[in-house]
Every structure is written in C-alpha cells, then in structure tokens.
Ligand binder design. Structure first.
Ligand SMILES: [Zn+2]
Length: 167
C-alpha cells in the first residue's frame, strides 16, 4: 500500500514522490514522522536511495560504479550529468573527460545530492534517479512504490537487519 504524507507542504504525496521532488524536505521531515507504517516507509526509501546498485557501470570499464563526479562551480553550485560514474579514484583521475574540471568524486548516494540550494539538490537527485533505473516522465504513486520495492541494494552486515524488517 502506498504511504501518503498526511501533513506538511507535501501533504497528499507519497513518500517516494517527496524523495524525488524535494529531497531537502524529505531529509528534514523524516525524523519528525512518528506514525509507524509511514516511518517504516521513510526508513526504507531512504535506505534504498543510499544503498542502491547503479544500473550504469563505471565510465571507463565494466566495474560497478559506486562514485559520482560532482562538479563544483561558483556560488556553491554543485551538479553532475549522465556519464560521470566511476568505480575508483584511479578511473576518475584517468578519464580525459574530467580533466580541468572542478570536479570531486563522491559516493553515489542521495545524501551526496544534498546541496546549498533545492535546485542543485534536485538536479543531482534527478541524475542519480536515472542511475537507479528510473525513466524520465510522470509516474503514478503505485509505479514508484513498486519501483523502489524492486531496486537492488548493497547488503551490508547491519543493514541486513533493516532488510529483514521490510521483506
Ligand atoms: Zn572503473
């Protein structure tokens, strides 16, 4: 069942919609949610967004991409675009595409997207959503719920406990 936000500026949106539309708000409101099922969904969706396995591999080889090159411009601008994923610092440093750019290699996780402005944050979230396998365009709440339920994630020791709770 889709979990719907019952209050606040995204009242009526599903948890997945809030993550994708307004990640800054998502991270702010998440700890304030006390209703049980809603909180579990926030926990789950946040977990997926920070542990997903990219559908795209490293730009230079076929290794799994765990890092994204984030460009830092003036006025604290942060952004990225499709095709700047890397498995390692070595690949990042040898890619001729990134030479001379003010780019920093960062983890491929939604929390990396948090930026000084909502615009930069959402732009990075949009790029990362594509790496998750989400196609562009309007999606129903039901589609997004199903999509998040089926994303492959890295399973670390303590996070296995979390997975157990949800599946
Ligand atoms: Zn590589």
């Amino acid at each position: 069942m889709v979990e719907i936000m019952p209050f606040g500026k995204h009242k009526g949106d599903s948890v997945e919609q809030i993550l994708l539309k307004d990640y800054k708000y998502f991270t702010w409101v998440h700890p304030k949610v006390s209703s049980h099922y809603l909180r579990e969904r926030f926990d789950f969706v946040e977990y997926v967004s920070n542990n997903f396995i990219s559908k795209e591999s490293c730009s230079l080889d076929n290794n799994p991409a765990k890092h994204i090159s984030v460009y830092h411009g003036h006025d604290n601008y942060r952004g990225s675009s499709i095709g700047f994923l890397y498995c390692s610092n070595d690949c990042f440093n040898t890619d001729p595409k990134v030479l001379n750019l003010k780019a920093i290699l960062e983890p491929l996780q939604f929390k990396t997207a948090l930026s000084s402005t909502k615009f930069d944050t959402n732009q990075l979230v949009g790029t990362m959503s594509e790496y998750m396998g989400l196609k562009k365009g309007r999606k129903t709440k039901e589609y997004l719920e199903e999509f998040f339920n089926n994303i492959e994630t890295y399973k670390h020791k303590e996070e296995n406990k979390l997975i157990g709770r949800f599946f």
